[in-house]
Design a protein around this ligand. Structure first.
Ligand SMILES: Cc1cc2nc3c(=O)[nH]c(=O)nc-3n(C[C@H](O)[C@H](O)[C@H](O)COP(=O)(O)O)c2cc1C
Length: 223
């Protein structure tokens, strides 16, 4: 077995999954996901993260509402500042465009959180310098592990974009003040198979020695 190829395949085929089968994932799978998070690198090996596993319908509903509201506010801001219109410039089908804008500005785009079998709230110690980076490394490890086991996951920041939502979330889940809420991660069995979303080619992002001199010339490094 070429382990490099296996890892590349897992990384290259991972997608954000927002629609799940209703069945619960196993305790072994949850532990494997948490183990992957725990193994992530962190500045000075501080490991500033803690994880709250949420499975109850009542608590998932609260998180779903917070995520819907957070996304709604965020995308309404994008709409009124016309960023959204710029982002979707190439979407010329008027009806489709309307549907996409509605899904985003209503916050429905993140409401799926309430339907995910398992949610993990990732929190990080505020007094650790690298907390956002450390927790992000843990989250990516968890998403990759879930995908490697045939599960789906989605990183959701919607409920932490606005400090008012973070305060509500912290109060409800009794999170001590020394922590910052980093993100909510949804996990479950994917309802459908997804194709990976497109990525910019390396040609557009890699420079030689100093910014501006392209590392890849011609088609090299392109998808
Ligand atoms: C920091 C971060 C925050 C995200 N927040 C949300 C979110 O609030 N709601 C959501 O539906 N997806 C969220 N996502 C998922 C992204 O939309 C997704 O990763 C991106 O569109 C690329 O798609 P892919 O993961 O399928 O490759 C987030 C991803 C990251 C890394």
């Amino acid at each position: 077995m070429d382990i490099g190829k296996v890892v590349a395949d897992v990384i290259n085929t991972r997608v954000s999954v927002r629609r799940y089968l209703p069945e619960m994932i196993t305790e072994e799978e949850i532990i494997a996901i948490l183990e992957a998070g725990r193994r992530a690198p962190s500045g000075e090996n501080a490991q500033p993260w803690s994880f709250i596993i949420v499975k109850s319908e009542e608590n998932k509903k609260i998180l779903g509402q917070l995520c819907k509201r957070g996304s709604g506010r965020h995308f309404t801001g994008e709409y009124v500042t016309r960023k959204m219109q710029e982002r979707f410039e190439s979407l010329t089908d008027i009806q489709k465009r309307k549907r996409v804008f509605k899904k985003l500005t209503s916050g429905d785009v993140s409401a799926f959180v309430a339907e995910a079998p398992v949610l993990i709230i990732v929190i990080g110690l505020k007094n650790v310098l690298n907390t956002p980076y450390d927790c992000s490394a843990a989250i990516e490890n968890m998403l990759i592990m879930a995908h490697a086991m045939g599960l789906g996951g989605c990183w959701v920041n919607a409920s932490t974009l606005d400090i008012r939502d973070e305060v509500m979330l912290k109060n409800f889940f009794e999170i001590p003040n020394e922590y910052k809420v980093i993100s909510i991660i949804a996990f479950g069995k994917p309802r459908t198979k997804h194709k990976p979303r497109p990525r910019k080619p390396l040609e557009q992002m890699v420079y030689k020695e100093k910014y501006g001199i392209k590392y890849f010339i011609g088609g090299e490094g392109c998808e």
